[in-house]
Design a protein around this ligand. Structure first.
Ligand SMILES: Cc1ncc(COP(=O)(O)O)c(C=O)c1O
Length: 286
């Protein structure tokens, strides 16, 4: 809540931190969307310089970013964008935090961590959710010198819970032994093959994007751009009625977010994708 730029997840703009926001790299909704990839990346890098110059005193602690936005609607920046932003951060001594809560543990298929698509060397990596597989597990990774600089006491009732750690290790072993990263890539490809053509076929589908088992579908109005939150809600409900639970999000609540378990089988993938495609067609036809 203290750092998010997504109004739907923050009921107040007040925060104990002084937070500035840079462009999120959304290639569908950005004012820079008509530029080629290099022009797009250059514009966002310039935006970062401008934000540092105009909204900070130059003494910024860190930059935090998700390699693919989660509740932001699974927006995928061009590969390499975050690395280009980090070059600017380094000039100013700004540490980079990669938030891998949704992108970690192989979910993006092509990489184990989302940041690896960006020629980026994070100073701090945070993770949660996926590793616990339902158990309350979260963590942070950084160099000893960085972690040791936090010198106040830090202990919590459930932190380091041995039962949860045992569960997380079991999940981790399973994930590695069964190469669930490769499964993410494989199942994601099948879903994208079925869903991407819908952006041409159905007027309500503005954008299909994502990597691996992070599949986002942005729903729009007749002009092809106006956020269509009502259609997103209708597709979500239609899926639920047919036995498929999917998520919703995006800054305007008009993006479907599909993030199945990394253990998804071919049969489950085919069944779920078909329910989703049918729901999109049904809502588009209304
Ligand atoms: C990308 C991302 N980062 C951070 C969080 C918050 O994590 P935690 O609840 O472990 O603080 C969430 C959602 O809970 C999230 O989706």
């Amino acid at each position: 809540m203290g750092v998010t730029g997504n109004r739907g997840w923050s009921s107040s703009s007040l925060s104990p931190f002084a937070v500035s926001y840079v462009h999120n790299g959304d290639t569908f909704r950005s004012p820079f969307r008509d530029r080629d990839e290099k022009g797009f990346v250059d514009a966002i890098v310039e935006d970062l310089r401008h934000v540092i110059a105009t909204t900070t005193a130059g003494d910024v602690a860190c930059m935090i970013a998700e390699p693919i936005q989660g509740v932001g609607g699974f927006t995928v920046p061009p590969d390499g964008l975050l690395g280009a932003l980090q070059e600017v951060c380094r000039e100013f001594g700004i540490l980079w935090i990669t938030d891998e809560v949704q992108t970690g543990w192989g979910r993006t298929g092509e990489n184990f961590w989302g940041y690896q698509a960006h020629r980026l060397e994070p100073d701090i990596l945070t993770f949660a959710k996926g590793l616990g597989n339902g158990l309350a597990m979260a963590g942070v990774v950084a160099s000893a010198s960085l972690m040791d600089s936090v010198n106040a006491n830090s202990i919590s009732t459930f932190g380091g819970n041995p039962l949860v750690c045992a569960g997380a290790l079991a999940n981790f072993d399973y994930l590695l032994a069964n190469d669930l990263q490769a499964n993410s890539l494989h199942q994601g490809e099948a879903m994208f093959a079925a869903l991407r053509p819908l952006a041409e076929e159905l007027s309500i589908v503005g954008d299909v994007r994502g990597k691996g088992l992070m599949v986002g579908i942005e729903l729009v109005g007749a002009d092809g751009r106006e956020p269509n939150a009502a259609a997103a809600a209708a597709v979500l409900e239609q899926c639920r009625e047919n036995g498929l639970l999917i998520g919703k999000g995006g800054l305007y609540g008009n993006c479907l977010r599909v993030a199945p378990p990394l253990t998804l089988t071919d049969e489950e993938c085919a069944e779920g994708t078909s329910i989703l495609v049918d729901a999109l067609r049904a809502v588009a036809g209304r």
